[in-house]
Design a binder for this molecule. Sequence first.
Ligand code: UD1
Ligand code: MG
Length: 464
Amino acid sequence: MTEHRLAVVVLAAGMGTRMKSSRPKVLHEVAGKPMLHHVLDTSAALAPERSVVVIGAGMEAVEAACRGHRTVVQSPQKGTGHAVACASEALEGFHGANGRGTVLVLYGDTPLLTSETLRRMAALREGPDAPALVALGFRPADTTGYGRMLVDPGDGRLLRIVEAADAGPDELAIGLCNGGILLGDGPTLFSLLERVGNDNAKGEYYLTDVYGLAAEAGLTTRVVEADEEELLGVNAQAELAHAEAAMQRRLRAAAMAGGATLIDPETVWLSHDTELSPDVVIEPGVFFGPGVTVESGARIRAFSHLEGAHLGAGAVVGPYARLRPGTRIDAGARVGNFVEVKNAVLEPGAKANHLSYIGDARVGAKANVGAGTITCNYDGFGKFRTEIGAGAFIGSNTALVAPVKIGDGALVAAGSTISRDVGDDDVAIERAKQQIRPGAAARFRQFRGATASAERKSGKAKAL
Ligand code: UD1
Ligand code: MG
């Protein structure tokens, strides 16, 4: 039987005090995306009909980050079983007398969980013995603090889960631990939850008690096992860094599997949404913020920082380039060292090779922007645009005071401050007239030499 109706419950009521941060734990980011979004996106692969996030009191920031999914407030927090029960109303139709459907319970602080693992859980539930509940287990190197899973050695059914705080020595010796994720029949889960008590070491309503109650009632419950890494829960900053490192390994492996060359992968930091086409080359030390797409044959040279940018085929960027949101570097265009580009387009074959700021601008095809050129896009109040025509040549150390337009094929002389539009194929020059004084340098040295010597003799020479 295929079960199409699925509802997801994400437990995210804990503030995460061990993070020692004013930001709620689930909003801390991994690969540039809040942990909560990782979990919601992973579960989206199973096409849930509804998702509900259980949050704590005063967590408006988390509510705002729920992207229109329902939220329910759990206050006070009386345990994971209580948290799921709090979502009961929001899951109307998935349980109760006329309810039907599968409920998936996830934690908001496990960003490395994959949709493949969730699919394996769903497939097991739809398998021949159609277990009422499926738990996700793992075998961590350090089992401290985890619930232990007691499995029937004969048929592999999950008999119950014992929380570490309530476990005896024999139970603590069990290596199979509860990862916390649950997938089960909605009506069964919620009717079992009604029977969960809090007579235990922590005085909490444990979600894990539903497995023992199910087994006692003769229902089938099973375990799917996953890698320890997938179930890494983030509770403190060090674990956040650990999750980040693991996510980076995954993203780099996926980029290389897709045909990108990462010369020194360990030094490249990717964002959750970085898109690299085949035959892109990434040199060491490159940082990708969110929203970067790179087309085939482009090269990003060492120590560049990119976010919100698109690179066309064969574009070359860096070393030491900074591309900020709204940047488009078209096919074959070049951005060199110490060049910053923001909200600007470099059309095909355009070049800005050295020491420039190009903001709120269009640089036409094959135009050349000389070293040290700055688009002066801000007057302290507003932002203004600069247009540079195709094939234009902007001499070094030019200030382009926006709003300003340089025509196609125009030439701006080095060192100019351009505040009026320049027509197509015109030359613009804005400099003080140069003067030449023949022999003046030699006369200056002679004069200074004599006066400096007199000052020394009279004791008037300034102490340096
Ligand atoms: C839980 C499991 C344990 C498992 C471990 C895996 C229970 C009783 N125990 O223990 O078997 O090995 O996770 O990491 O479920 N939360 C709420 N409201 C609450 C309590 C918790 O929303 O009242 C949320 C937390 O924010 C967190 C998640 O539920 O995201 C898990 O809670 P936590 O306190 O970390 O459970 P553990 O004691 O680690
Ligand atoms: Mg925990």
